[in-house]
Design a protein around this ligand. Sequence first.
Ligand code: FE2
Length: 612
Amino acid sequence: MGWAGTTGPFGIFIQNWGHDLPNRHQAFTGGRQSLRMPDDTGSGLSRRQVLAVSGTGLLAATTAGQAPARAAAGRLRSDSHHGGTPEQIHLTWGDDPARSIVVSWASPGQAVRPRVRIGQRVIPAEERVYIDGLNGSPVWTYHARVLGLRPGATYGYAVTADNDGNAADPFSATFTTAPEGRAAFRFTSFGDLATPNTSWVLSYGQSAYAVGAVESFQPLFHLLNGDLCYADLNPAAQPEVWRDFGNNNQASAAYRPWMPVPGNHEIEFGNGPQGFTSYLTRYTLPHNGVPGLEGRWYAFRIGSVLFVSLSADDVVYQDAGAFVAGPGPFTPAPATGNQPITAGTSFYIQGYSGGAQTLWLETTLAAARRDASIDWIIAQMHQCACSSSREGNGSDLGIREEWLPLFDRYEVDLVLCGHDHDYERSFPVRGFDIGAGTDVATGTAVDTRRPHPVTTVDSGVFDTSQGTVHLILGCGGTDANLDAYGADAADPATRAKVFTRANRPMLTATPGVYERAGADSVEDATWSARRDTATGYGIAVFDVNPGTEAGGQTSITVSHYHAVGADPVNPATGEPGAPTDDYTQFETFTLIRPRSDGRRWHAKQSTSAVRA
Ligand SMILES: [Fe+2]
């Protein structure tokens, strides 16, 4: 795995892991990982010094207030008197976003009487702790559910504990609750964020600017589409990576909810039945009502929009969770009591819910379409049904088989993904083309259930009651940009790779070393409408217009802003780049649909098929 040097956002020389294939990042080699302290930037600067010079441009307003708390948390880490100092402070919606919110944080040690103060109210926080299954570190997290709020109201809050090093002046911020009824609002989205600490595999300075970009658009909330920080690729130091991630996000996530979904890199060895313990302990998410599987998927409603956040690792064929490539095993710290993980082991969790997630999804979508006050349904997940990235993962038949028929039947308007580190937009799709794929190894036909575009005219206005638009937004901040897209010299059509079966680890020519293959099939991506070749970094901004009259039209204006020049190396030009706070508009388009308060809704055919 080669690495290249570049200049980071803090004006210091940083290392990154280049622009090679993501599959190479998805392995770690037993015995070679060293534990690095998060202060180790390789620059000779302490973390506090780095933070002190990072408050420029977009970040100035929000990091300035955070730096003392963050620095204090690091300085006081070994001081038990101040071990309860809050850090990694972030918000998520409660079950009713108009009236409830959850304040969550971590602290270096156990907090004494952790609590949130809002006005005259003091709300005690629930403690949730885990011991990392690979390095044995304890992680202390705190969660306060704040109920009884007023819709569309802005509140100030403070977070503290008896052993808070900042007790005299505790961390404080503001948030705004969701509006009630049909109302205009803005949200933003990207996935694949990582951390700005380039000591960690797949981290990159752009992740700090990405957080600043969210703040610059002042959305009501942000959707974070999986692969949060790639802690699994730093197996000896997973809690430290999560800490850098949480402290980077705090500059936005303490001020507005950041709603995540788990991606393949949230699957960690030693941390629970699906590897999600780090994720689940840090986030308190709306209830899904499924015993034993809370937190993995959920839905919440803002105004006339239902947001459905899914755990696609449950349905995808691709094996991309934690993996020991070999030749040696990975040996957890002795304190964990966990056995060495042998070479060739991958943590593959397809089917983990036993069908419970898809059952919940259908029930949730059907209820939404029976509800005349819900117009829009927006799904959020990590992996992709419609991605044509050339060097990235591509599309996955598992999503097409399991969920696209439901998206068709219940008119899901928009699907937001991550996984491939680029920006791509599909035409509205409904139904599928049979037999449109080719097996890469054998050249034989394979049925990829290619999503069928209902139009291939890129008019800029799309009626999503006729088809679902898919957006790939894996453009957060991780360093392996993937903004090169499939093409075939013999065929001008865009090519997409598709996983149609599991790519479990296989021995390579190197004794004892395993790898996981890329996608097994390809298809002409007739569904692909727009791809950003300028950069793999950006943020999508969504403005919901509820319309003015019953039975009228409602719309969502979508603008994608991109950070040109941020690619470590641009695949189209070969130009080296560096992190930047300069996000400029790439494209704007509009989604429209009829409001639900003026029509009777009828379920669509779920299995419409068109022969290719
Ligand atoms: Fe991913």
